[in-house]
Design a binder for this molecule. Sequence first.
Ligand code: ADP
Ligand code: MG
Length: 275
Amino acid sequence: MKRKYILETKEVTKIYDSNGLVVKAVDDVSVRVKAGEFVGLVGPSGSGKTTMLAMLATLLRESNGSLLIDGQELRIMSDKERTKFRREKIGFTFQSNNLVPFLTALENVELMLKLNKKNGRKSREKAIALLTRLGLEDRLNSLPAQLSGGQQQRVAIARSLIHDPSVVLADEPTANLDTERANQVVQIFADLIHEGQRAGIMVTHDLRMCKYVDKVIQMVDGKIARVITDRDEINLLAGTSEFDQLAKEDLSKQTEQTAVSNLFTPNLSPALAGK
Ligand code: ADP
Ligand code: MG
């Protein structure tokens, strides 16, 4: 039977205790993400988003509660088991993209397959196809240092998806991208999550990116403050509700018309009037 929820957390808490300074970064968080569901995780800086993602990526252990991925409880795994599990089941990109500096874009992506002992001609073709889909077909052989921040981020996204993980986690994947590229990248990201029936979570500061997600979870002070699943509400949050869209279209029509009529208006400005 296919599992309904790929990712499930129950009352997860994470307490950092560094030199007597105790911070409850994640406080009693329960979330469930289905196969093919793309979730946007939003909230102010310091609300626990990255901590949440790091626990789901098996990079950080919870203080309390339970995290399940593909039905497997993360707490009871040894470090060695967690490493193998992470390599096979989880794809992630963090703010610092952690590309290997002496490997090309293509090699960085292929690395994930090699770690899982799935290299070969087929894998190379798969990596090229994915990088091409992300608009990097002419950058396959560039080193990270030869790529712009946005290009590096796209390589990192390709690397997070190439091994067909059950769970895909991204922390601010559009931080270094211009709006147009951010839209393209998150759209492709959403498509790949939906097509592959993966569970996806994207942390974002840019609420406009929420138009591509199926559910928005808002964190405040380590807790879940709000969960939005209604399409209209998500669109409203993303500023792309029908109302806004219409308003924008009207505005651009107006400017277009103004521009067009200006073209045909003689003596438009004092500078032109003199001619
Ligand atoms: P966000 O990603 O939403 O900005 P974080 O998960 O990075 O939030 O941080 C949540 C809280 O935990 C913050 O108060 C932060 O200062 C604290 N924190 C994060 N990482 C550590 C750490 N390694 N040691 C101690 N405190 C930390
Ligand atoms: Mg963060």
